[in-house]
Design a protein around this ligand. Structure first.
Ligand SMILES: [Zn+2]
Length: 232
């Protein structure tokens, strides 16, 4: 139930610039603090993450990339890569899967964190973003080809990922203890000023509350919840 693994190398793949911190920032910070080499891939530019119609999408994307870099430093990540897809334009197609396969074979992570693509309805007031769902499927659909040498033979030696944690899930079966790094998660989320506006205290309170709820389900103080898959 509680996931105690500290992978030697981990790769988180998320759609929009603030998704990793919100969905798995505690786990990424925990692993990095325990000596893991943690890499992050952001698929989307974050260029449409504003309700203000006067926003310049390119300037917003640039600003959000800076926020990603600051958050990565707070979390202690080893590296961040941007795939550069415009918001709303992620497709689980051979092009995206080829890029993900290249990243997986190059970085050779023991553990991968990605969005749970099966999560669609959160209560009755939120439909999961299509980019999250498309990317989640693309990551899952890349695992077998990445581990099979006859797929993309020129993209580096085959690599089997052993642990997959799917974030933003409705069917959690594993919890990571983030009690010791909750402040780091809050600080990393707070780097995304363009998203949280002038309400950092409210954001901190919500993150604490959410982590405490998941902690209660796992019998610990603060946790992040995932759907866990194991491969050997
Ligand atoms: Zn998102």
């Amino acid at each position: 139930m509680i996931e105690h693994t500290t992978p030697e190398r981990a790769l988180a793949v998320f759609a929009h610039p603030d998704d990793p911190e919100v969905g798995a920032g505690g786990t990424l910070a925990r692993w990095a603090s325990l000596g893991s080499e943690v890499h992050l891939v952001i698929a989307n530019r974050g260029d449409k993450g504003s309700h203000d119609p006067a926003t310049d999408p390119d300037a917003l994307a640039e600003h959000r990339a800076e926020e990603v870099a600051r958050a990565a430093e707070v979390l202690g990540l080893a590296g961040v890569e941007h795939l550069g897809y415009p918001d709303g334009e992620i497709e689980n197609d051979p092009g995206l899967r080829g890029r993900l396969l290249e990243v997986i074979r190059r970085l050779r992570p023991d553990a991968v964190i990605a969005p749970d693509p099966t999560a669609v309805f959160f209560g009755d007031s939120y439909v999961n973003h299509r980019d999250h769902r498309q990317l989640g499927w693309a990551v899952l659909d890349t695992l077998v080809p990445a581990a099979s040498p006859l797929y993309a033979p020129t993209a580096g030696p085959a690599h089997q990922v052993s642990l997959v944690l799917l974030a933003g899930t409705l069917e959690a079966n594993a919890w990571v203890d983030v009690s010791a790094v909750l402040d780091t998660k809050v600080a990393a989320v707070s780097c995304h000023e363009s998203r949280i506006g002038g309400e950092p205290e409210l954001v901190a309170e919500l993150l604490e509350q959410r982590a405490a709820e998941e902690g209660q389900r796992a019998g610990i103080a603060h946790a992040e919840a995932f759907r866990r898959l194991r491969f050997s």
